[in-house]
Design a binder for this molecule. Structure first.
Ligand SMILES: *[C@@H]1O[C@H](CO)[C@@H](O)[C@H](O)[C@H]1NC(C)=O
Ligand SMILES: *[C@@H]1O[C@H](CO)[C@@H](O)[C@H](O)[C@H]1NC(C)=O
Ligand SMILES: *[C@@H]1O[C@H](CO)[C@@H](O)[C@H](O)[C@H]1NC(C)=O
Ligand SMILES: *[C@@H]1O[C@H](CO)[C@@H](O)[C@H](O)[C@H]1NC(C)=O
Ligand SMILES: *[C@@H]1O[C@H](CO)[C@@H](O)[C@H](O)[C@H]1NC(C)=O
Ligand SMILES: *[C@@H]1O[C@H](CO)[C@@H](O)[C@H](O)[C@H]1NC(C)=O
Length: 665
């Protein structure tokens, strides 16, 4: 916390610095409905499977692909049982052809035998109800046990008996609930299923699709991990971009993220190769993403596969109609009425109401993979054919192209299509982003993060270990620049959002986690994004435009009845604090406003929030200011700080009324 004393001393020392006086007009600008702050989620290094998707069992259905052969990864036997992977003549389903046979060996003696799973590098065990299921084939009289156990002591934290309904020639699902009697001291635990081999007529049983969920976010079946989803919800996001990212494109033409494979009961989902070095389950499917958006109140940007894979192969124009049809089907699945073919499928899966879908993005970074052929085919036919087809079917969808005017060899974005811009930069370079969109056509900023130290660039080695404070300030300045252009830049997305501390490639993410929920850590960037997203501006108001070292945007939120000033300070002379006055036209003396200031009180601009120490390097102070006799707010911001000043003002409430907006008290 910034103490009063420090603030006072700073004020005296810096009395010589001239104040920055900002006046903000009370009208003008464009009503935008509210700026969108959000994030891109894709399943990158176990941020989906093993991350926000709450499934605790790893390799639950022995799925595989060209890159990842079928294996017993994650599994161990109990009491010397012999585990064998088989392709039975009658598999659980066509798409899950491999199952495990569990058979007592001589060493097992008379003991119960079984199989145990280590989870995604551990399993968090708490005193709450777990929901599980497994499929068995083979006659068995007796009961199974489903248990959560320590992985290194003989402790069993919870155990339940599950009566067998297993049959000789059929796959039978067994469901159970498991309530541990105590919390485990660490996440070094396994989930175990055992049976008594004496009761199994052939001496062995076949298992597949073994699943265990903790309580999920909003109690959705097959849902999201609660602590992670809640930490994202606390960011006040209003938009979600998914499913990628590179994952959308896939490594080859035969392995892109096919949304149709991600629907329905888990036994109908084949799993997929992914592009981030592991087999994926398809558990976090299209409908799960849509529930995520619905449960958090998010608008969505859906990325539609556009015929380019990461190996650079492109679907030729002659075959492109099939790709367009897949995309149109997907849009229909999301927002078609129940009278449409795919709307009916959605209804059958439990959601007759169409989901809201206002933004569709065609492909992902088409200027990158397979350049120049991928990019030229995108501009020549892949984008135009999609635009024509979507416009013919829907007149209210904003179509987003997967590149920016500055990408590749340049891009003349065909209006009303808007572009997508992805700056992964150093703090300095993000500060230079401030005026990036002052004279450009519409874009979203579909991915942004401060990934590099100042002076650094490139993807090999020269990356930050975690989001650092100076980077978060750099992001805040680019965010201010984007929000200033809200009339043609409707939203900004942090990417990627999640990092599993046990398995990761991409270090800089807004939230870190591991199996152990105590490791869930909000980064420096998390605090900046949370503050800005809490005060979305619906109308950017004309204001003094004198920037550097203070960067700012002012406006109103006509839905909340507030006047808002957002600012950040970077590279002041001699690191001095800057006195600032903000005069909102029409604000009277004595009007109160809340000023929230984020700083890193330490010496190190590159300080970060380390999940291993749990220390938060971001200080946040909120003070109530009163407008002076001239109706002006006066305050001072230190070097490398980020701030929001917000006042609830009657005139803004009136503007809201005159727009006929519903008052949402
Ligand atoms: C409102 O938006 C239009 C269209 O983008 C733009 O030309 C105009 O400058 C904006 N008005 C103001 C006052 O910012
Ligand atoms: C385990 O199963 C494999 C494959 O069926 C077999 O070769 C092996 O002999 C078995 N071992 C035991 C101890 O039963
Ligand atoms: C569980 O124990 C096994 C055997 O000791 C070990 O190899 C494995 O790494 C442990 N799992 C975790 C998540 O630590
Ligand atoms: C879990 O316990 C096993 C066995 O003692 C040990 O090898 C492993 O390192 C532990 N894992 C963690 C994450 O503490
Ligand atoms: C900040 O100051 C440093 C040191 O003078 C300079 O190298 C850098 O370019 C400045 N960054 C910005 C964005 O002004
Ligand atoms: C992602 O995780 C995998 C293991 O799941 C690991 O082998 C790999 O190094 C990580 N990704 C990359 C590409 O670094």
């Amino acid at each position: 916390m910034v103490s009063f004393k420090t603030a006072f001393v700073a004020a005296i020392q810096l009395a010589a610095v001239t104040a920055l006086d900002i006046s903000v007009e009370s009208s003008g600008g464009n009503y935008t409905g509210g700026y969108h702050y959000g994030f891109l989620h894709e399943d990158i290094n176990n941020s989906g499977d093993g991350g926000i998707y709450a499934e605790l069992v790893r390799n639950r259905a022995f799925q595989y692909s060209d890159s990842y052969p079928v294996s017993l990864d994650g599994w161990r036997s109990i009491n010397s049982a012999n585990l064998t992977l088989n392709r039975l003549a009658e598999p659980l389903s066509d798409v899950l052809p491999v199952s495990v046979n569990v058979k007592a060996s001589k060493k097992s003696g008379k003991r119960r035998v079984g199989i145990q799973n280590e989870g995604y590098w551990g399993i968090d065990v708490k005193r709450h109800t777990y929901t599980g299921s497994f499929w068995v084939r083979g006659a068995y009289k007796g009961y199974f046990t489903a248990e959560l156990r320590s992985n290194f002591t003989s402790d069993v934290f919870g155990s339940v008996k599950v009566k067998s309904h297993a049959k000789a020639n059929d796959w039978v699902e067994h469901e159970f609930e498991l309530l541990p009697t105590k919390n485990a001291p660490s996440s070094n635990n396994t989930f175990a299923i055992t049976f008594d081999p004496k009761g199994a007529s052939s001496g062995s049983l076949d298992f597949n699709l073994i699943s265990l969920f903790p309580p999920t976010y909003k109690n959705r079946k097959n849902g999201l991990r609660k602590d992670i989803a809640e930490a994202l919800e606390e960011l006040h996001p209003s938009i979600l971009r998914f499913p990628g990212g590179n994952m959308l494109e896939g490594l080859t033409h035969s392995s892109y993220w096919n949304w149709k494979d991600s629907l329905g009961p888990l036994r109908t989902r084949p799993g997929f190769e992914g592009v981030w070095n592991y087999q994926q389950t398809h558990g976090l499917g299209l409908l799960e993403y849509l529930y995520w958006a619905e449960d958090m109140g998010l608008d969505i940007v859906i990325g539609i596969y556009a015929g380019l894979s990461l190996d650079g192969e492109v679907t030729p124009e002659a075959d492109f109609q099939a790709i367009i049809d897949e995309g149109l089907d997907e849009i229909e699945f999301i927002r078609g009425s129940v009278d449409t073919k795919w709307g009916a499928v959605r209804a059958e899966l439990g959601h007759p109401e169409p989901f809201a879908l206002n933004y569709v993005e065609i492909g992902n970074e088409d200027w990158l993979a397979g350049y120049p052929g991928g990019w030229s085919s995108y501009k020549a036919y892949r984008l135009p054919l999609f635009v024509e087809a979507i416009n013919n079917a829907y007149d209210d969808i904003t179509i987003i192209a997967s590149g920016a005017t500055t990408d590749g060899d340049g891009f003349d974005i065909p209006t009303p299509v808007i572009g997508d811009y992805h700056p992964y930069r150093s703090a300095d370079a993000l500060v230079e982003e401030f005026d990036r969109f002052d004279n450009d056509v519409g874009h979203i900023v579909g991915e942004v993060a401060a990934t590099h130290p100042n002076g650094g660039s490139g993807w090999n080695g020269d990356l930050m270990p975690f989001p650092v404070w100076i980077g978060a300030v750099g992001e805040s300045i680019s965010l201010i620049g984007y929000e200033r252009n809200a009339d043609h830049v409707p939203g900004t997305f942090y990417a990627p959002v999640l990092r599993n501390m046990n398995k990761w490639q991409w270090a800089v993410t807004i939230l870190q986690f591991a199996a152990d929920t105590a490791m869930t850590t909000r980064s420096t960037s998390w605090y900046v994004w949370e503050l800005f997203a809490k005060y979305p501006i619906t109308r950017v108001l004309p204001a003094t435009a004198e920037f550097d070292p203070v960067f700012y945007v002012a406006g109103s939120n006509e839905d909340l009845g507030t006047l808002v000033w957002k600012g950040a300070v970077y590279n002041t002379t001699n690191n001095a604090a800057v006195p600032i006055t903000v005069a909102f036209e029409g604000v009277e003396a004595g009007t109160k406003a809340e000023l929230t200031v984020l700083t890193n009180n330490g010496e190190d601009d590159y300080a970060y929030n380390d999940p291993h120490t749990g220390v938060n390097v971001v200080d946040s102070t909120t003070t109530v200011l009163e407008a002076n006799d001239d109706g002006v707010f006066e305050f001072e911001l230190p070097e490398l700080s980020v701030a929001v000043l917000a006042a609830t003002v009657e005139s803004v409430t009136k503007a809201r009324r005159s727009r006929g907006l519903r008052i949402a008290e």
